[in-house]
Ligand binder design. Structure first.
Ligand code: 5GP
Length: 180
């Protein structure tokens, strides 16, 4: 079985842009479409960005054992259907850190965990403060969340510092090629 690549990253770190750039240049890879209970955002389509499920539908799928992993993130449920990874090769999962660690503990050596980090917590902090849109409590909460994620990221196989999108895409390509 080929490696399954699982990518997580701090929110606001640009991991979506890095993954999109990688996929455009490496079209043999495809992104697994997750299920979520969060409402659809403008421009999103069912079956393309996510499969949008009600909480009831999601819970039924959990009880039926349909998910390889699932987690609650910011009050909504997110999960990867087992069939998504059974059906193909060269699959990338873009999921949160809790989900990524679940996949690793279930599939072990067949999984490669990659974490995309901000250049530094100080950098993120000064960007948040510079924006001036969040109050002190919100800033502290976001920073605590990021610090906690960076702790979990130590259990990942690789960390990519997103100091420039091009660099980050090149690093991701190198990791994937080295692992295959
Ligand atoms: P968003 O709502 O912004 O699309 O995603 C919020 C978070 O949920 C992101 O960190 C994203 O990586 C994570 N996520 C998306 N799909 C899944 C999934 O299937 N499982 C888990 N555990 N997290 C997911």
């Amino acid at each position: 079985m080929k490696k399954l690549f699982v990518i997580s990253g701090s929110s606001g770190v640009g991991k979506g842009t890095v993954i999109k750039g990688f996929l455009e240049r490496n079209p043999r890879f495809s992104l697994s479409v997750s299920c979520t209970t969060r409402p659809k955002r403008p421009g999103e389509a069912d079956g393309v960005n996510y499969f949008f499920l009600s909480r009831d539908e999601f819970e039924t799928a959990v009880n039926n054992g349909e998910f390889l992993e699932w987690a609650e993130f910011a009050g909504n449920l997110y999960g990867t259907r087992r069939q998504n990874i059974e059906s193909g090769e060269n699959i990338i999962l873009e999921i949160d850190t809790q989900g990524a660690l679940q996949v690793k503990s279930k599939m072990g050596a067949n999984v490669c965990l990659i974490f995309i980090c901000p250049p530094s917590v100080e950098d993120l902090e000064s960007r948040l403060r510079g924006r001036g849109t969040e109050d002190e409590e919100t800033i502290q909460k976001r920073l605590d969340f990021v610090k906690n994620e960076l702790e979990l990221a130590k259990q990942f196989d690789y960390q990519i510092v997103n100091d420039s999108i091009e660099n980050a895409i090149a690093q991701l390509k190198k990791i994937v090629e080295g692992e295959q």
